[in-house]
Write a protein that binds this ligand. Structure first.
Ligand SMILES: *Cc1c(COP(=O)(O)O)cnc(C)c1O
Length: 472
């Protein structure tokens, strides 16, 4: 499969190159040149596959011929073998009527990002080993991304990872999931500053071309196409379990930057019968406002009970915009230019109506989030995390709209024990960490603190780089 940029002027790339490339050179995001198609018969034949086998089959549609399915099968098997519930790490749990939760928190760091990053780390390794190259991954995190990326990169010969987090501003569970990893190629840096400061530092060193080239800097954020491709798998898996291709399903996705919900949209474009998709946001409701008004306008970021969705720029929305404009890259370029210049862009009413036929966008504030946590606990005896709770509020509305024929699946994006304070406030119960993480709070931590200063970051990278393979 070849990949094109949403802005039309970056070079067309093959899959292995797209894995290593974040943002396209023209500022756009890479998307597949065409959507691979799964016929009803092909979908039926996928039913007998285990989750790792399905992952290899779906990913092969995007990765062949550069990476054959047999190689992907080995990576997928290894990626998911330590997940709870293996070989089915993505179980569905009924929560009354036609509603189901799709639990995506059975990986090593208890959030859905593990499902993509465990495979992505191995894909990086495979592609880089073939080329005899190494890269240095640099990222900033407010919590979940950092721990999932560190776990996916630990002990990989071709990768070195530096992860910045704001000192004292991530939860203890989130911090310890990063800092208790002991591996020579993992470097945690606590920055005296905010998450935005961390992001700005990362940006500064990325924009320093000689430095970027010297250390072969790379990113694993959600603009990487391979992350989206691996997220398609669990939507196909859930749809098949609920009767696809004979029966339609609907998904509700708690989302911040539109990455996870775009993967569900991609599944639909590939032939999975998905009736509707709901986008669930917290008080940071830029997407809800877009669907209500046709205008995407950035605003201030509010801190909420669901911090991994406290985002005001939905970077992956650009991929959907490209589709909505029938792949007219000039139209995408102009919308993004307007967003940069004026903080907003508008889409014509006919296209907004077309988008609204597919997507339902809803937001839930902290009160509604707590109410959803409490009611799922009272009615079904289950604890759900605050991100999932934002989804459940929207899922109930969607289920009422669709009636009995279409099962509605809400993606459960994190384990409740990652956010014990919010759960305790809503239910009076503090959820326990799973057995394998029970000693997390007493494990030794490995972390260096650093001033909010780009030179300090350059120095830290140059000084602590572990060089197992060739020197960069
Ligand atoms: C990252 C994250 C989200 C948001 O995912 P997007 O890719 O931004 O849609 C939701 N919930 C949790 C728990 C997360 O870690």
């Amino acid at each position: 499969m070849q990949y094109v940029s949403t802005r039309g002027s970056a070079p067309v790339l093959a899959f292995d190159e797209v894995v290593l490339t974040g943002l396209a050179r023209d500022g756009g995001l890479y998307v597949p040149e065409t959507w691979p198609q799964l016929s009803a018969d092909q979908l039926r034949s996928l039913r007998r596959l285990t989750y790792p086998e399905l992952a290899a089959r779906i990913l092969a549609l995007f990765a062949e011929p550069e990476i054959p399915e047999a190689e992907l099968a080995l990576l997928a098997e290894e990626a998911y073998i330590d997940f709870d519930g293996y070989p089915d790490p993505a179980p569905l749990k009924p929560i009354g009527g036609n509603l189901h939760l799709l639990e995506l928190f059975h990986g090593p760091t208890l959030a859905f990002k593990d499902y993509a990053l465990q495979l992505l780390g191995r894909l990086f390794d495979l592609v880089l080993a073939r080329r005899g190259e190494r890269v240095t991954i640099i990222g900033a995190t407010s919590g979940d991304t950092g721990s999932a990326a560190i776990d996916a990169c630990r002990d990989r010969d071709t990768l070195e990872i530096f992860m910045l987090h704001p000192n004292g501003r991530v939860s203890e569970v989130q911090r310890r999931q990063m800092t208790t990893v002991k591996a020579d190629n993992v470097h945690n840096i606590a920055v005296d500053g905010t998450f935005d400061d961390c992001q700005a530092l990362v940006k500064t060193v990325f924009n320093d071309e000689p430095f970027r080239d010297r250390f072969r800097l790379a990113a694993v954020n959600s603009i990487n196409w391979a992350r989206i491709a691996t997220q398609i798998v669990y939507y196909v898996h859930a749809a098949l379990a609920l009767g696809a291709p004979e029966r339609e399903v609907a998904f509700v996705v708690p989302t911040g930057n539109f990455g996870n919900v775009f993967a569900a949209y991609a599944a639909r474009r590939m032939g999975v019968p998905i009736r509707r998709l709901a986008i669930a946001s917290n008080r940071n409701d830029i997407l809800t406002r877009f669907f209500a008004t046709g205008t995407m306008r950035t605003g201030p970021v509010f801190a909420t009970l669901s911090p991994s969705m406290d985002i005001q720029v939905s970077s992956n929305f650009e991929r959907y915009l490209f589709e909505l404009y029938d792949r007219d890259a000039a139209a995408v370029r102009s919308a993004m230019q307007q967003l940069r210049d004026t903080g907003a862009f508008s889409v014509d009413p006919a296209r907004v109506a077309q988008a609204s036929a597919m997507f339902l966008a809803r937001s839930a504030d902290d009160d509604a989030t707590r109410a959803a946590i409490r009611s799922v606990h009272e009615e079904h005896g289950m604890l759900i995390d605050p991100h999932t709770a934002v989804g459940v509020a929207a899922a109930r509305e969607l289920a009422a709209e669709l009636g009995d024929d279409v099962p509605v699946v809400c993606v459960a994006t994190a384990h409740p024990a990652k956010f014990p304070d919010a759960i305790a406030a809503a239910t009076g119960i503090r959820p326990d960490l799973p057995e394998r993480l029970a000693d997390l709070l007493v494990r030794p931590e490995h972390c260096q603190s650093m001033a909010n200063d780009a030179d300090a970051l350059r120095d830290t990278i140059a000084r602590t780089m572990h060089t197992r393979g060739a020197k960069p």
